[in-house]
Design a protein around this ligand. Structure first.
Ligand SMILES: Cc1ncc(COP(=O)(O)O)c(C=O)c1O
Length: 393
């Protein structure tokens, strides 16, 4: 079966945060603005998801859900098939998405005012959830080595606060799309053992990896750190189900798992979201072929953006993404002020994009473009940028 990623689905007026929330969130107010910010896709999810949801809808009784073992098993089997890592399904706790899991992890394993290490620039919700829990964020800026991010362990050793308890590790990394090598993951695992830190490996982008790169599950690279490791995964990024808001928190260490579940339990968070469970289980059981066709489509969008943006916006420099559909482009070389290039992008080109500073130190002059949309829309966005920056050519 051939899936149609070229199909344009009009998501306006559908309560889509990305399209309907764009004016308020990123200031792109034009009626024909193109949403390229928040990380969901404009493609239809795999048909198996629709079929499973329709089956449930046709039942017309949508009471409490039980028996999450099939869901956990589907997740474990998916990880095994795609990443060679097969956790015991019992190690998995469903959570209301990954960000929610991060908040619960902080509540379970840290105290107020403790510090959390983040390799910046990093997914901005890390900062928000850390601060919302009255913890401190310790941004360890990554080194941009010839267009590729690298974690700065020497810098971290020198600057890490004494009260650091946790590392939020984004693997693959958002933004910048870095797929970490086994040696880098091993180095981070050893650092966490030496410094008695809990390593939270957020692997939500694990399936969105392009040719030439291989994602390595932290739990597989460093199985010996089970007393320090929590892995967060989900099917929501992979299959465009972000609104289902469900993820899995994998903890092999039974004491830590209990500590985590106790916190969930205290807020009544161990009951299961029916529609999200059904959608993500169907995707992980039947979505392999869909994903195998999605990846080359996204890769071609990545290449189109990278090739054309350097001409459309003279001086811009896209980072080469090994993963994610979140183009990461440095505008420092344009010679424009941030206000100027953001005005051109948001109001002249009419694009809703993510500004770099929200990703923390190292993101100042960057802009993030979500290209998980039909190619005709990526092309239109590039045409508009060409027009908006034509005086620089
Ligand atoms: C690294 C990372 N973690 C988590 C999330 C969001 O997870 P959720 O929607 O399950 O809270 C995102 C979304 O962009 C992300 O990039």
């Amino acid at each position: 079966m051939k899936f149609d990623f070229d199909k344009v689905v009009d998501r306006r007026n559908s309560h889509s945060a990305k399209w309907d929330g764009m004016a308020g969130a990123v200031g792109a107010t034009a009626p024909d603005a193109i949403a390229m910010w928040v990380a969901d896709m404009d493609f239809e999810a795999p048909p198996a998801v629709k079929e499973a949801l329709l089956e449930e809808v046709n039942r017309s009784t949508h009471g409490y859900y039980t028996n999450d073992i099939t869901w956990k098993t589907a997740m474990s089997d998916w990880l095994d098939r795609h990443h060679g890592y097969k956790p015991d399904p019992e190690w998995i706790t469903p959570t209301s998405g990954i960000v929610s899991a991060l908040g619960l992890i902080l509540q379970a394993f840290t105290e107020e005012n403790d510090s959390v290490v983040v390799f910046s620039p990093a997914y901005h919700a890390f900062d928000k959830i850390i601060k919302a829990n009255n913890r401190h964020i310790h941004n360890q800026q990554m080194i941009n080595e010839q267009g590729k991010y690298r974690m700065d362990f020497d810098g971290l050793k020198a600057s890490m606060p004494k009260n650091a308890k946790v590392v939020f590790f984004c693997s693959p990394h958002n933004p910048g799309g870095r797929v970490w090598d086994e040696a880098e993951i091993r180095q981070l695992a050893d650092f966490c053992i030496e410094n008695n830190l809990i390593l939270v490996s957020d692997e939500i982008h694990h399936d969105l990896v392009y040719s030439g790169a291989t994602h390595h599950a932290t739990a597989k690279v460093a199985p010996d750190i089970e007393e320090h490791l929590i892995t967060c995964v989900a099917a929501t990024k992979t299959f465009n189900l972000a609104g289902a808001h469900i993820g899995g928190c994998i903890i092999s260490n039974s004491k830590m798992r209990k500590q985590f579940r106790d916190v969930c339990n205290r807020s009544g968070l161990l009951s299961l979201p029916l529609f999200g469970m059904i959608a993500t289980e169907a995707a992980q059981r039947h979505g392999d072929e869909w994903l195998s066709q999605l990846l080359p489509y996204l890769e071609a969008n990545r290449d189109l953006l990278a090739e054309r943006i350097v001409r459309a916006v003279p001086g811009s420099r896209p980072m080469h993404l090994q993963s994610t559909y979140l183009g990461w482009v440095d505008f420092a070389g344009t010679g424009l002020t941030k206000d100027d290039y953001m005005h051109r992008l948001t109001h002249k080109a009419r694009l809703g994009v993510s500004t770099g500073p929200q990703f923390g130190p190292g993101g100042e002059s960057w802009v993030r473009f979500n290209f998980a949309t039909p190619r005709s829309i990526v092309s239109e966005a590039l045409d508009r940028m060409e027009e908006a920056f034509k005086d620089l050519a």
